[in-house]
Design a protein around this ligand. Structure first.
Ligand code: NAD
Length: 478
């Protein structure tokens, strides 16, 4: 593996003055295999200053949307060339099964860059409107919001970074990216790829570190917008800072989404989709449908089918394309997940499968675990972020919707039925940001985000681009 020993600030590779490092530890071997530099506050200050300069530079600030689109497409072409290598970086750091990483982490950013390059071309920056009430014209201008602080978690690091970077650049903004300390290698590879693509200096900067560096960036006076993905606890803190500073913030936070199995669902056809809607990326997926709501008359059938499917998944080396379930990202995350499994047992939930560690000698593995329980238990209410599903019985559809909505969160969700129209009717009633009928795939062309404690604002789709524009109205008289 190549060395990643420098930060990327103002188009230059630089070593942090204090010389700090962050160890990079394999979740499979539990051993450190490399380290990355740890930025200090002066690196963040320099990155924000560089991003401010680039906003007004002739190479970036003065170019047309078409010229920006060409740069984004060149960036996409370079990202396509190292897609497999980048996917492998994610797997090495967070244990994501490689088949999943190839799609979401390798190819996902390429699609997003091309998609937003297309939108940059198609979105007019000025609209001329007849003045309301007559007598003149108003020019409504879309301008880049400015320097974006992009802060991302470790679970889908490259996809979630590109949810922000692609639309921000398409709108003409500049970015200071702070990845999670668990997944920094891929962010530095992103910077190297941007450099190869010829992105002008200061347009994309990468600073590294944990909460301290994140806090310094969020509150920095040179930042114009915050784009954050992570836990609801951190999102609340960042939202408070943004409120105090009157700074726009997009907050993509945690979830505890419901999979509503209707009484007409064909379980044979849907059990794989239903179980994987909750277990994708070893359950470390924000929009995972981890609460399965089953009609009381079919509860045991659903519980047993999901448990049988989960117990047959291949657990092991995430670099093996045949693996379905990899390790959790860290020892801390495994302890967290195991404490929830213990809470489920202590609450008297019915353990249908899993509940322990598989036979691997090393690595932060946890068995896929399925419980039968009510919606009032800790494991049904709190985000676990691991391979733990609960199956909850309901009486009629009204009760299913009420249970789905009886959550602090509202991010994802699914409905499983033989009648998609009926599924759509139920989906309309669920208080959440995205819902899939008989599937849990995201659509990069449609808005994604949450309600309640799952966040504020939307990414993806044209709406994701508009989040990086500031609007100005210029009034002209006849
Ligand atoms: P986290 O909130 O601990 O950290 C996320 C990122 O924010 C990291 O880069 C971290 O260093 C930084 N950070 C943490 N506190 C900060 C603060 N006060 N100020 C500035 N930066 C701060 O989350 P995590 O454990 O890395 O990720 C898991 C969480 O992310 C889960 O709750 C999951 O649901 C959520 N998530 C949400 C989405 C979504 O789109 N809604 C997607 C993926 C993950």
């Amino acid at each position: 593996m190549r060395e990643y020993d420098s930060l990327y600030v103002d188009g230059q590779w630089r070593k942090p003055p204090a010389g700090g490092t962050i160890p990079v530890v394999s979740p499979v071997t539990e051993e450190q295999f490399t380290s990355v530099p740890l930025a200090d506050r002066s690196d963040v200050d320099d990155a924000v200053a560089a991003a401010q300069r680039a906003l007004r530079s002739p190479e970036w600030g003065a170019i047309s949307p078409d010229e920006r689109a060409v740069l984004l497409e060149r960036f996409a072409d370079e990202m396509e060339k190292n897609a497999s290598e980048r996917a492998a970086l994610t797997t090495a750091q967070n244990g994501m099964p490689i088949g999943l990483a190839e799609g979401y982490e390798g190819q996902g950013p390429v699609y997003l860059l091309r998609y937003y390059a297309g939108l940059a071309r198609a979105t007019p920056l000025e609209e001329h409107r007849p003045r309301f009430g007559g007598g003149g014209t108003t020019v409504v201008r879309r301008q880049p919001v400015g320097v974006v602080a992009a802060i991302v978690p470790w679970n889908f690091p490259q996809a979630l970074t590109m949810f922000k970077v692609a639309p921000a650049l398409a709108a003409g903004c500049t970015v200071v990216l702070k990845p999670s300390p668990e997944t920094t290698l891929d962010a530095l590879e992103l910077a190297a790829t941007a450099e190869r693509a010829g992105l002008p200096a200061g347009v994309l900067n990468v600073v590294t570190g944990g909460v301290d560096i994140g806090r310094h960036l969020v509150a920095h006076p040179g930042v114009n917008k915050i784009a954050f993905t992570g836990s609801s606890a951190a999102g609340r803190e960042i939202g408070e800072v943004a409120g105090r500073l009157l700074r726009p913030a997009t907050l993509e936070l945690g979830g505890k989404s419901a999979a509503i199995v209707l009484d007409d669902a064909d379980l044979n056809a849907s059990v794989e989709g239903l179980a994987m809607a909750g277990l994708l990326n070893t359950g470390q997926t924000c929009f995972a449908s981890t609460r399965i709501l089953a009609p009381r008359s079919r509860h045991d059938e659903v519980l047993e089918a999901v448990a049988a499917f989960a117990s047959n998944l291949v657990i092991g080396d995430p670099t093996d394309p045949g693996t379905h379930v990899g390790p959790l990202v860290s020892d801390r995350q495994r302890q967290r997940v195991e404490s929830y499994i213990e809470a489920g047992k202590a609450d008297g939930a019915r353990l249908a499968t899993g509940g322990g560690r598989p036979e691997q000698d090393k690595g932060w593995f946890v068995q896929p675990t399925v419980f039968g329980t009510g919606n009032d238990t800790k494991i049904a209410r709190e985000e676990i972020f691991g391979p733990v599903l609960v199956v909850i019985p309901y009486g009629d559809v009204d009760e299913a919707v009420a249970i789905a909505n009886d959550s602090e969160y509202g991010l994802g969700g699914t409905v499983w039925t033989s009648d998609p129209q009926r599924g759509l009717d139920v989906a309309r009633r669920v208080e959440t940001g995205v819902v899939g009928i008989n599937n849990s795939m995201l659509d990069f062309g449609a808005p994604f985000g949450g309600v309640k404690s799952s966040g504020i604002g939307r990414e993806l789709g044209p709406e994701g681009l508009h989040a990086y524009f500031e609007l100005k109205s210029v009034f002209l008289l006849d």
